[in-house]
Ligand binder design. Structure first.
Ligand SMILES: *[C@@H]1O[C@H](CO)[C@@H](O)[C@H](O)[C@H]1NC(C)=O
Ligand SMILES: *[C@@H]1O[C@H](CO)[C@@H](O)[C@H](O)[C@H]1NC(C)=O
Ligand SMILES: *[C@@H]1O[C@H](CO)[C@@H](O)[C@H](O)[C@H]1NC(C)=O
Length: 301
């Protein structure tokens, strides 16, 4: 008996764990594969110090060279390497992901036409330019000097896309009479958006409509925000709101206005929502089924 109970609880726990994992996992982007970065950059640092101590005229990297570059999808980006005391050595750029040699001196070695070595004669700068970077170009790159052993300077490239988010998430539940407060944030655009348009149920929100009590505060900059306030919310204010910047994808949110006596609106809202809910229902059903099944087995023996 006790054994059956512990088997049952173990099943429950593992299933619950599985479900939570499924839910947590859905909708998240796979992390960049950068597991090797730390070890190798430490190794290169060690080699750098070794060479530095051994030979007084050894080449070295300008310590002020940026190590973390953020670029936009489709917009040229340049990884810089500033080398002092290079003498007759060469400078190369290597991509860590696949240990691909991209440039050697002034020559581009890769067949990927988007990459280009850039260097002005007698300059200390050896740049790697990527003409039209994509998200997958994000990751670690390394500028290497052909000493024996070679020394390297790691640069992390982060390629981002214009992104719009509404801070309250995908759904907002509020009580009738309170204020709908939606903050839309626009990030990673080449320049601040010229316009950020709000709609409600596919209609552009009109600030001097008969509804009244609607206001908007917009701040533009590196990160732009637009805050929509709708006072004294009524049932008619429920529905989908979208925030659409001119130069980034739109974001949307479903607002539910609860009248107090009818919390049913909340259940309806959940049922309408995403795959996560369906997944959790399926997991729960499976768990229940399996627990009954083990019960059955126990009785059978
Ligand atoms: C690089 O900078 C970005 C934003 O500027 C930051 O999110 C990221 O954590 C930084 N990465 C490293 C490796 O420092
Ligand atoms: C660089 O110059 C040194 C002498 O200063 C010489 O020993 C070495 O072979 C040269 N290396 C290359 C790659 O030309
Ligand atoms: C709206 O929400 C933001 C935080 O999300 C808060 O800072 C702000 O004060 C709120 N405004 C009103 C009028 O409630």
């Amino acid at each position: 008996m006790g054994q059956a109970a512990s088997v049952k609880s173990a099943l429950w726990i593992s299933l619950l764990h599985g479900c939570l994992f499924l839910i947590a996992d859905s909708g998240t982007e796979g992390p960049l594969d950068e597991t090797t970065v730390d070890i190798s950059s430490r190794k290169f640092r060690a080699e750098f110090l070794q060479e530095w101590h051994n030979t007084p005229d050894a080449p070295y990297f300008d310590p002020n060279t940026p190590r973390n570059i953020t670029g936009l999808v489709g917009h040229p980006v340049k990884l810089l390497c500033r080398v002092k005391n290079l003498q007759n050595r060469t400078v190369s750029w290597v991509r860590h992901r696949d240990i691909h040699l991209l440039t050697v001196g002034r020559y581009t070695y890769t067949s990927d036409q988007r990459f280009e070595a850039q260097h002005r004669p007698r300059s200390e700068e050896w740049a790697l330019r990527i003409r039209s970077p994509q998200r997958r170009d994000s990751g670690q790159y390394e500028c290497q000097i052909s000493t024996t052993p070679p020394i390297g300077h790691a640069v992390f490239l982060n390629i981002v896309e214009p992104e719009t988010t509404i801070s309250s998430g995908a759904e907002l539940f509020i009580q009738a009479g309170s204020t709908i407060n939606l903050t839309c944030t626009v990030r990673h655009t080449p320049e601040p958006p010229i316009s950020i348009t709000w709609t409600h149920r596919d209609q552009i929100i009109n600030f001097d409509s008969a509804r009244g009590g609607i206001s908007l505060v917009t701040e533009k900059g590196l990160k732009s925000t637009s805050r929509l306030l709708v006072q004294k919310a009524k049932g008619a204010d429920a529905g989908v709101y979208t925030c659409a910047p001119n130069n980034a994808p739109p974001a949307l949110i479903r607002v539910h206005v609860l009248s107090g006596e009818h919390p049913a609106a909340m259940q309806q809202g959940c049922a309408k929502s995403s795959l996560d809910f369906i997944v959790s229902i399926m997991c729960t059903s499976l768990a229940v089924f399996l627990v009954f099944f083990t019960d059955h087995l126990h009785f059978g023996t």
